[in-house]
Design a binder for this molecule. Structure first.
Ligand code: PBG
Length: 322
């Protein structure tokens, strides 16, 4: 049946009808917010509304997030000192470990997801250790990443999220967690993480820009969807519990393809550059921030993400409650 018998406008007539047939829902329970923790707090110029937080500020922020119905945070640490190996990453008294303990003490029900990577801790800013020729040494990095994950687990992390993109790191982390008695701790793998220019503001926030070269020898080429599916497949085979695609907006087709290829929960990371674009355009008067944020997050959910990591989480939770 076609027009005039069929009229799609019939179900768009009132808000109640539109609500009845809405296919995708967005609620604070789907959202995780990244938090940057450092010895001292400071605003992040490129990301209005986001700051580096001291541990006590982070604990207070977590109270507000929990009250808004946000289930958890993703922690990134900015250490005072960096070295070639990134040893601050697995220091039991390191910034993420201390923050995790403090947050779990104060808000035991809030999920603390910890980002496992070396780039914030290495003096050269790469996500693994360097071989003598200056390339990133995959296999030598695995042990350090696994050590970092166990240290996060000991501090009380609820979910371990490796973002380094070394081959084999999910398996290495799973084995080390199991050896350490943490076989119930899930791994949220940054499975399809692309070498993206959208990470620019994050690198200011986390002070993690590579000192030389770029991340193209370990992060995915933005042109490759099939290879992204292979990354996802391998992470699942190595024991990932949740698979993530990152960034989100320029990769919605990858989110949809991953959703179709696996029964695992799928996460998407609405990254710093995506946030900065919305904030800058809204500040310039190009559009209403609230409407664009909710439309964007709904689109990421519609593409197939169960979970969205987003710097808009707190604002979105407030808007969704109104
Ligand atoms: C660390 C890491 C990065 C992001 C999350 N974890 C930066 C990078 O790979 O350069 C980016 C997050 C964002 O842009 O919001 N490896």
């Amino acid at each position: 049946m076609a027009f005039p018998d069929t009229r799609l406008r019939r179900l768009r007539r009132t808000a109640a009808l539109r609500g009845l047939v809405r296919e995708t829902d967005l609620s604070p329970r789907h959202l995780l917010t990244p938090l940057f923790v450092a010895a001292t707090g400071a605003p992040i110029g490129l990301m209005p509304g986001v700051s580096r937080l001291s541990i006590s500020e982070a604990v207070a922020e977590c109270g507000e997030l929990a009250a808004l119905g946000i289930p958890g945070v993703v922690l990134f640490g900015i250490p005072d000192e960096k070295d070639a190996e990134g040893s601050g990453a697995w220091d039991d008294e390191g910034i993420v470990q201390l923050a995790t303990r403090a947050i779990k003490d104060a808000h035991p029900d809030l999920l603390v997801v910890t980002d496992v990577c070396l780039c914030e801790y290495t003096s050269h800013g790469h996500c693994g250790v360097l071989a003598s020729d200056g390339s990133v040494d995959n296999d030598a990095s695995l042990e350090l990443l696994a050590r970092t994950a166990v240290s996060h687990a000991r501090a009380g992390a609820d979910v371990i999220a490796p973002s380094d993109m070394m081959d084999g790191r999910v398996g290495a982390i799973r084995a080390e967690l199991d050896d350490g008695g943490f076989n119930e701790l899930p791994i949220l793998a940054y499975a399809a993480k692309f070498a993206s220019a959208f990470y620019g503001p994050f690198r200011e926030a986390a002070d993690s820009a590579p000192a030389f070269g770029d991340r193209r020898s370990y992060q995915l080429d933005g042109a490759n969807r099939r290879e992204a599916l292979r990354e996802v497949e391998l992470d699942i085979a190595e024991g990932a519990d949740i698979v993530m695609i990152k960034p989100a907006l320029a990769y919605l087709d990858v989110i949809a393809a991953v959703r179709a290829s696996t029964l695992l929960p799928v996460a998407a990371y609405n990254v710093s550059g995506e946030y900065a674009m919305v904030k800058a355009a809204a500040a310039a008067g190009a559009f209403e921030e609230r409407a664009v944020v909710l439309e964007t997050l709904t689109a990421i959910r519609r593409a197939g993400a169960d979970i969205i990591i987003t710097y808009h989480a707190k604002d979105a939770a407030k808007w969704l409650a109104q």
